[in-house]
Design a protein around this ligand. Structure first.
Ligand code: KGT
Length: 273
């Protein structure tokens, strides 16, 4: 059994306050040892201008914040998906939305750069988004073999592109740090994440931002864990906090024997070996 934990936050542009909230929540929780703990997109710094994100990306490229994330993983003896943090790139006008995976010993196992960027006109209080203006898209598909299973890494808007998940091949757990908008989340969050669980026959951990943020952005919350069959194992609708589900990854073996989707898939040529 493994505990899959989605952390739901209302992150702000105050890095120290975000980490203080996180420490308080994790220290008050049980069952984190050898759990997979997934933080939301922009967990450490959110709700500010793109310019402020760029400035923060400079600071985040150095050691301190990554050492703090490694320390959290070590302290709570958990696998930690550090949501995303903005990390500077060679282009001074762009940062990379980077998701970092740490082991319980604090070793950095992987980093994934968000591939699909949210350049979308959304009918909500913030009108339209142009993530590509200051974010550099990644182009590497990342799956990581760990003692708790094979983890597929994606971020937020990525969840809308099924080709990414068929290209990942067989994964046990899909992690999705997110800052889904309230408007699109209400319309699509559950359907998209449940579809990924059913199609990939894997557990899905969606860790979303929630509430109203400093720049008046409204995010959807509803952080959750879906089983490979598409059962909703745990959900945290509106408040910051942890959503934890105890999962048996062996469930996948039985399901894949009964319903061998990977073997039946007529589009295997799309899978990057
Ligand atoms: O830019 C930042 O400050 C941090 N990044 C985000 O908030 C990103 C880009 S604006 N949000 C999403 O991708 C929402 C996707 C979504 O809501 C959907 O696919 O429906």
């Amino acid at each position: 059994m493994v505990n899959l934990c989605a952390v739901q936050m209302t992150s702000s542009p105050d890095v120290e306050a975000n980490f203080a909230w996180l420490e308080e929540e994790l220290s008050a929780s049980v069952g984190l040892e050898n759990a997979l703990v997934v933080l939301p997109e922009c967990f450490a710094f959110f709700g500010a201008s793109d310019k402020a994100m760029l400035e923060q990306a400079e600071a985040f490229a150095e050691g301190p914040i990554q050492q703090r994330m490694a320390e959290l993983a070590r302290k709570y003896q958990c696998y930690l998906v550090g949501g995303t943090i903005p990390i500077k790139t060679a282009n001074p006008d762009k940062f990379a939305a980077t998701s970092l995976l740490y082991s319980p010993t604090g070793e950095r196992l992987a980093d994934y750069q968000k591939i699909h960027l949210f350049d979308v006109a959304v009918v909500d209080n913030t009108g339209s988004y142009e993530e590509s203006k200051h974010t550099e898209a990644g182009n590497q598909i990342v799956t990581v073999d760990t003692e708790i299973g094979r983890i597929g890494m994606a971020v937020c808007y990525d969840v809308r592109f099924p080709g990414l998940f068929s290209a990942m091949g067989d994964i046990d757990i899909l992690v999705l740090p997110a800052a889904f908008t309230r408007a699109t989340g209400k319309a699509h969050w559950h359907t998209l994440l449940r579809a990924r669980a059913i199609e990939s026959q894997c557990f899905v951990v969606g860790a979303n931002q929630c509430g109203t943020h400093a720049n008046d952005r409204k995010t959807y919350g509803h952080s959750l864990v879906y089983s490979p069959w598409g059962d909703l194992l745990v959900e945290r609708p509106d408040e910051p906090g942890l959503a934890i589900a105890e999962c048996d990854l062996r469930e996948r073996d039985t399901l894949k024997q009964r319903m061998p989707l990977a073997q039946h898939n007529r589009f295997r040529s799309h899978i990057v070996e």
